[in-house]
Structures are given as C-alpha cells and as structure tokens.
Design a protein around this ligand. Sequence first.
Ligand SMILES: [Zn+2]
Length: 379
Amino acid sequence: MLYKNTMRRNDRTSKTLGFCRCLMLYVCTATLIVQAPSSPLERMSVETVCGMRLRPTSSDNIRMTPMGTRSFPGDTAVFIFQNNFWVNLHHFLRGEARRRSLNLPLELPLSKLSVNERAAWEAALDAYIDLAKRSLLFDAMLVRIDNILARVTDTTALKSNKIDPKIVAALDSAAPIYRAHLWDQHRRANDYWIATYGPAIRQHAVAVKKAIADAFQAIPPNGPILVDLARDTGPTLAYTTEGPAGTAGHTVLAPQKNSDPEVALDTIFHEISHTMDNQITQLIDGEAKRQGIKIPPDLWHAMTLYTTSEIVKREMGKQGDPTYRPDAARVEMFKKSGWEEILFDMEKFWRPYLEGKTSLQSALHDLIQSVAHESSNPT
Ligand SMILES: [Zn+2]
C-alpha cells in the first residue's frame, strides 16, 4: 500500500516516552505540502493533515488546568486552548532551520534583519539544526520540549533547566527578534482562530468525544486536551502527542492551514480520537487475532479518520450535504493513501454500524475479514 504503515509496528517496540507507540501520522487531504521532507519520517508525512501518535490509555490522569493558561472561547471540558509564545517560537525556529537546510525560502528572510539580529537569529537556527531533522510527532526529545514550553508563561525569558541549555539560549536570543518581526502577526492569527471556531468547538466537543468513544467502546482519558495554536506544525494540519501531566494529550494546530470552517472542526475533533488510539488499535487487532488474519497496519487510522469524520458531519448537521468539504478531502486522501478498498469496505460494513443498523462485533468482524481478503488478493 502507498500508505506507509511500518512505523506503528516498529514503534510499538521502541517505547518512546513510555508509550508504546504506533506512531503514525498521516491523515487527510494530501494536498498540503508545507515543507519539503528530508528525513524518512517526514517524507512519510508529507501528505498528511493530522499527525498523531498512539498513547497508552491512562485512567489516572488528573483533571487540571494548565498553569497560566488563559481562558479562551474554545475552552471546554474536552479542550483547553492556548496561544503560547515559546511553543510558537520553538516550532518556528525548527521550521526555519529545516527550510534553511533544504534551501527553501525562509518565512523570515535574513535580509529583513539588522546585522545584530541576523547574527543572533542565524546562531539560533544553527542551534536548531539537529532538532530540525527530528520529527515533531515521533521524536521523544521534541515532544518533551514541546510539553515543557507549553507550561511556560513568562514570555520575557525562558530560563528553563529542563531543556538543553543550547536550545534555551537559542530561544532566549531569538525571542526579541521573533517578537519584533512576527510574533504579533502569529499571535493574532492564533487568537483569531480560537475566537472564530471556539464557540462551535465548545458547542459540539463533548458530544463528539462521547460519540467517538462510544463508536470504539473506548474510555477517553481524563483531563482536557491541551491545544496550542502555532503557525509551524511541520507537514501536518495538526498533530497530537502525549501531553503535559494532567492532560489527555497535546495537540498543536496551525491556524492558517485550518482556516476553512469545515476543515477546522473536522481537524480539531479528529484529534480527540488520538487520545484513545491504544484502545482502538487493541479492539481492531484483537478482532484480527481472533480471526487469525493479518490486517493492514494502517487500518486503525483509516477507521478513526472515517469514523470521526462521520461523527463530526452528523454532529454539524451536514449529513447528505454533497458540498461538505471534508467528505471530498477524505476520499482524496484515501485514494492517495492507497485506501480505496478500505474506504469501500467501510462504506459497506462500518457505516451501517455507525448508523446503528448492526453491532460493533458484527461490523468489525465483516470489515476485517473483507479488508484482509483484499490485502491478500491484490488486483
Ligand atoms: Zn489522525
């Protein structure tokens, strides 16, 4: 299959950050190429919309509000949104270092900087050379840095002793330059997205979360998903990793890539499913094991994409609307991922379940049998 799927199996044994991980990303539209890939991981994720990594189910997460997080219109029991200076600068520096290494245009051209600014900015980019090669999703160090920065509320100086001093120094020296040239623009875009889509997210998030959990008979982890808005999320529209303590996960979402209202809601609500990835994969793998058949390692993500999109569509009252853009994007993405047959099978076996016409056990049994059969009989 075009859809690269070996990561999940491999990473289940890699145990990054304590989660057994299927780290896979990929999702959606396939039209979004925001930066050229260089590492194998990012090559695999070029045509993606959301990124995610599986995390173990945590039943003992404590509900809490991230320190210093402002209340935003989109804050709900499901999500807490924030607009964090350091998370934005970190992602932007990494992105710029990556673009520079690939000889791609920089979003902050060096020609716009004064001599002193340029020296400091280039030194910061140099410090990010290694991080620029790492995956935002799959690399334990980057996930850890992201979660630490997400808790920092002092925007004047970082002063963290939990991050490599070289990176702290880079962030501190780059901060005034970023603040002078771009932060206001990025901050306003982040705030605008939250203010624009927050009310609809607030209205529907609880119902969508429950519907996703119910569909897979999963138990959502306690705690809100911490959502950072940040312009530079690598090749994805949004991605979700393990989050800071007390959260169900940490999503980073790029507002400019989610400016379409329908895409925006489809993206953010889909990320909920990634807090239940392990339970979902266990459910699917368990049925495959019972039948003694091998399934495409990506099947679980195809199923979560299909399922969450259908749930969001239903919740938004868009069923039967031929102009609903996430539907077209999903079909296109499935095609580009080599999932046409999976899509056909889900329409045939999984949709009736989502519509309450058959049981989970029956739908899962039939779907897996059909998918496995097709996988072993390529045409
Ligand atoms: Zn996803």
